[in-house]
Design a protein around this ligand. Sequence first.
Ligand code: KG4
Ligand code: ZN
Length: 334
Amino acid sequence: MRILGLESSCDDTAAAVLDDGAVRSSVVSSQADLHEDYGGVVPELASRNHQRYIVPVVEAALEEAEVSPSALDAVAVTYGPGLPGSLLVGLSFGKAFARGLDVPLLGVNHLEGHLYSADVEGPPVPRPYLCLVVSGGHTELVHVTENREHRVLGRTRDDAAGEAFDKTAQLFGLGYPGGPAIDRHAQAGDPAFHDFPRTRLDDYDFSFSGLKTSVLYYLRDRPDDERNRLLADHRADLCASVQAAVVDALVDATRRAAAETGAAHVAVVGGVAANSALRRQMKEAGTHDGFEVHVPPLAYCTDNAAMIANVGRMHLDTGRDSPPTLDVAPNLQL
Ligand code: KG4
Ligand code: ZN
């Protein structure tokens, strides 16, 4: 069973081929450089570039997989959540491609893509498991059971974890996306340099807007020369301190949820799962509390189409293909 996966919900144009569950190719064209000058994703630019790259990216994925279009059995495509103009490019292409080949169209929820991304390579995560979905747009703690059923235990009430990294990185003058830069600088820093706030809510929800504001005030309340000196001399320490605040909040809620649900397995997925401190601290928590931590390879943490084809395969197995009238759903939830 050969499935072409397509992903264009934000600023990555991606295509992948899965053959009986094995990844034959996974091609991602990132627009990060393009949006860097603006400090974030510019929707109009993003959709225009998806249009420019969708055909070459699909061609590259088919070529790398050594699969001709006529050998495909289905087309899986993200239809939400995401930027409307970006989603439209992938979905329109996917619909036309599926129609032209006369194969099923499988509309996939991008968040489900992340949710099951730890299964893409290697043995599937044993069910039930707890999944922390942490990306640029989402932060959710989800209990996943058999048969693709899941229950959202908590989510962010304001900024996503990735946004917290991106926005503070911008305040530190580190460019976009900021998460990888913070992670890199933090390696040489002292996480106890400054005690930024960790908002702890009674349930499993998260809140990161207070952290962003506190970083803003921390820098704003100093004369220019002092601020510049602080950023020059203590950039690594500041990055490590912010990173610790985000990671502590994520690990704390996950531990409490794992204890309450009796989870023996915890998956950490999405772009922020690439964060080295989060991986380390979650593994330490697992060793201490008695759960096993599963993190996808880096290529399947950030946006990719292999995770979309993987969920498409689950839809196909249960005979849930989508109608040709499928529309984009920018606010789709889990
Ligand atoms: O899943 P993803 O590629 O796209 C969305 O669906 O949002 O996640 C992108 C997010 C960005 O906010 C980026 O800063 C963050 O993931 N990110 C990281 C790291 N690598 C990517 N955050 C912290 N540490 C990293 N190493
Ligand atoms: Zn994503």
